[in-house]
Design a protein around this ligand. Structure first.
Ligand code: FAD
Length: 211
């Protein structure tokens, strides 16, 4: 089967690798190299936030967490399991996906303005290491990459097209419901933090990535 994957971020490269491993002839067509995608600037914490539909989120999370834990045991992937806390300012139940991340401990000894904290140890990905590793693995599996802007989802000459265009799907599909959410990333020297912290309600992250 011949497959075109549009997009060379984490979703496109992951799809391309899996499909190639199953014997498909895969070409990634992408406007940007992995290091120039949104995927490169992600904090890299693996847990579902604002993810829908909720009844499928737990299963997706369990599969992803199991895969990233496996990669954490491989050298050079940029994936680690790191303990940390989700700080919360309002009373809410422990999420349905708690088991999918290996379980959580709820603590109430957190101090204002927070009412509790959920402790767990999800995978944390250093994207600057992981994306080049993933691209190299896809190439080794036979995935070809072509650079350039794709104008349509037409299947000319291939059996299947995978849309992994991220925000580019707004014009490509077109789908006006696709809108960006802005985040600002500040890189500072890591004094040796052993934990991550996320404030779930103002959505500030502190994520240790070594250097
Ligand atoms: C500041 C910030 C922090 C984040 N932190 C986290 C986090 O901690 N955990 C988490 O899970 N997520 C996080 N995210 C979200 C995460 O980064 C994205 O969900 C993810 O990177 C999306 O990957 P993608 O492969 O779908 O898209 P992208 O990485 O955007 O890749 C899209 C690809 O499609 C290509 N493309 C688009 N249109 C076309 C076209 N017409 N023709 C050819 N190519 C095209 C682009 O060139 C690019 O290669 C964060 C995002 C931001 C901005």
């Amino acid at each position: 089967m011949r497959i075109t994957v549009i997009g060379g971020g984490i979703i496109g490269l992951s799809c391309a690798l899996r499909l190639a491993e199953r014997g498909a002839r895969v070409t990634v067509r992408t406007a940007a190299a992995p290091q120039d995608t949104t995927s490169m600037v992600a904090g890299g914490l693996v847990y579902p936030r604002h993810c829908e539909p909720e009844n499928r989120t737990g299963r997706w999370t369990a599969v992803s967490v199991a895969e990233f834990r496996r990669l954490a045991a491989e050298p050079g992937t940029g994936v680690r399991s790191v303990p940390g806390r989700l700080l919360r300012r309002e009373h809410r139940p422990v999420p349905d996906w708690a088991d999918a991340v290996g379980g959580m401990i709820r603590r109430t000894d957190v101090g204002e303005p927070w009412v509790d904290a959920l402790e767990f140890s999800p995978p944390l990905i250093d994207t600057a290491v992981y994306l080049p590793w993933l691209a190299a693995r896809a190439e080794a599996a036979g995935v070809r990459t072509e650079y350039g802007h794709v104008e349509s989802l037409d299947t000319d000459g291939v059996d299947l097209v995978v849309n992994a265009a991220g925000l580019g799907a707004r014009e490509l599909v077109p789908d006006e419901t696709v809108v960006p959410a802005r985040g600002q990333v500040v890189h500072v020297a890591d004094p040796g933090l052993g934990e991550w912290i996320v404030d779930e309600d103002d959505f500030t992250y502190v994520l240790p990535h070594g250097e």
